[in-house]
Ligand binder design. Structure first.
Ligand code: NAG
Ligand code: NAG
Ligand code: NAG
Ligand code: NAG
Length: 470
């Protein structure tokens, strides 16, 4: 080409020079990349091996804990994160799945690193749906609110005021409860094995007691399940027999597990009791939903969570509730294994007939410091693996941030507190911060007045974080 011909003589020396320069620069870059990746690589493997050492030590603590507390369960360690919990050969798997024609398996594989990341988070979490959460969450009022309302007649809140109408009565502006508000809590399941023991006084000795659905609390069962009533998780169907469930209690807090609807709201209007919606994520693994939600709820307010009446003894064959006849559908071994894992991760303490006469000694459960360092190690490993940079603190998973000040911008119509201003309810959630237990106050200050919520529906780790500017 003409232009090329004429330009060549002039450009050649320059081109050679440019090429040479480019080659030099390229070589320098290659050397730089190699040496830096060499440094990063060796630093990375140094960090990794330290984390792996911490987690391996932790795994063997968990293994010892299972061996001494697991009523025959054993833990086989696969690596620094994974282990398998095994029931002894010959354990009678009484739960038969007719659909798949199998008995419950005797082995369950868990990722301890994931479990500890998930459950330690709950200690800092708000597990009640609030208006600030809906306001801050990007799809809060359009998509998410709609998911929490049955019979909306639409898949989204196209008309927000209709959604607000449904939720107003059960939607506080800000978190009504606080992390570490209570020292000890009892979570009482409904298992028939409660009748084999007399845990009543022990249960009532807790700072707060959490119960489930229509569990009766009265003199008839008092010595088995106690009389104290503070929180009750209910399914939406409970709306129908609310009066029977509450049985005269005017200050038991009701927490609806899933969705609300018009009939429920009509009932709620007649009650002095506070009613809220549970806010959390749907766990797809581990034990089945109901018991887990009560544990999540309790963990978001309590330092120590004692569980009673969860059928956890292997070989237990009477699938009864303490107040009714047998029903089907339990998978006791799966639940038993997961609860045992949670106990050895310091999340819960299991009380059951087979342990009723044991001395209450939790020294074989890893202590708080060990759990904290295992949590940090698991977090650093995970961040490295996923290539995430930055904040390893409690805000590291905050996907969405929002701020509220004293008078708003919590949106919409007045807080439910106004709707119920005529109620005589005077338990905890109206407590000013100054009246909270000092550990809860300290925590709030340490967290920079930030409330953390599970994103719900998103990735397990994603959080919505709301800073209170007062
Ligand atoms: C296992 O439990 C079932 C149901 O209770 C019982 O019929 C069976 O005899 C038990 N088997 C053994 C080996 O204990
Ligand atoms: C939303 O619903 C309310 C109550 O039914 C109604 O009064 C209002 O006009 C609706 N708004 C829109 C924008 O459709
Ligand atoms: C929970 O909050 C405490 C402050 O009370 C903080 O030190 C800790 O790192 C937080 N844990 C998690 C898992 O976010
Ligand atoms: C609240 O308490 C007052 C005085 O004890 C009583 O007269 C009133 O009926 C109570 N209201 C409700 C909703 O229980």
């Amino acid at each position: 080409m003409r232009t090329a011909k004429t330009s060549v003589p002039i450009r050649r020396p320059a081109a050679v020079f440019v090429l040479l320069l480019a080659a030099l620069v390229f070589a320098a870059i290659v050397v730089a990349i190699q040496s830096s990746s060499f440094f990063i690589g060796s630093r990375k493997s140094l960090i990794d091996s330290e984390e792996i050492r911490i987690l391996s030590d932790f795994q063997s603590r968990v293994q010892q804990c299972v061996a001494s507390r697991g009523l025959g369960l054993t833990a086989d360690i696969i690596d620094h994160c994974k282990l398998v919990l095994k029931f002894p050969e010959g354990t009678n798997s009484t739960w038969y799945n007719a659909q798949f024609k199998i008995f419950e398996p005797l082995e369950y594989k868990y990722d301890v690193c994931e479990a500890i990341l998930l459950w330690e988070q709950y200690r800092n979490m708000t597990t009640v749906l609030t208006r600030e959460y809906l306001d801050v969450r990007p799809d809060g009022w359009l998509d998410y609110a709609a998911k929490r309302i049955a019979q909306l007649g639409a898949d989204k809140c196209y008309n927000r005021s209709i959604c607000e109408e449904h939720l107003n009565l059960i939607l506080p502006a800000k978190p009504p409860f606080h992390p570490q508000q209570f020292r000890t809590c009892a979570v009482v399941g409904n298992s028939g094995d409660l009748l084999k023991t007399e845990f009543g006084l022990e249960i009532d000795g807790h700072d707060a007691v959490f119960r489930d659905n229509e569990a009766p609390v009265n003199e008839k069962y008092a010595k088995h399940v106690g009389l104290k009533r503070d929180f009750r998780l209910v399914v939406r169907g409970a709306a129908r027999n609310m009066v029977a469930i509450l049985d005269g209690s005017s200050d038991e807090v009701l927490i609806i597990k899933s969705v609300t609807h018009r009939d429920f709201n009509a009932k709620i209007k007649e009650l002095p009791n506070p009613v809220y919606l549970f806010q959390g994520i749907v766990l797809r693994r581990g034990a089945k939903g109901t018991g887990m939600k009560s544990i999540e709820l309790a963990l978001s307010m309590c330092d120590i969570v004692d569980i009673y009446g969860f059928t956890v003894d292997p070989g237990y064959t009477e699938w009864t509730r303490y107040f009714s006849t047998p029903r089907k559908g339990h998978n006791p071994l799966q639940g038993r294994a997961y609860y045992q894992l949670l106990e050895c991760l310091g999340v819960i303490r299991i009380h059951s007939p087979m342990r009723a006469r044991r001395k209450q000694d939790w020294s074989d459960v890893p202590g708080k410091e060990i759990i904290t360092s295992a949590h940090m190690a698991a977090l650093r490993l995970k961040r490295e693996k996923t290539g995430q940079e930055g904040d390893l603190g409690p805000f590291g998973n905050c996907k969405v941030w929002g701020t509220v000040d004293r008078d708003g911008p919590v949106s919409g119509s007045p807080d439910m507190a106004d709707a119920r201003s005529k109620s005589n309810y005077s338990k905890w959630e109206l407590l000013p911060h100054e009246s909270l237990r000092k550990e809860a106050q300290k925590h709030y200050a340490q967290m920079g007045r930030v409330s953390l919520y599970k994103m719900d529906g998103n990735k397990l780790d994603d959080l919505v974080c709301v800073r209170h500017s007062f």
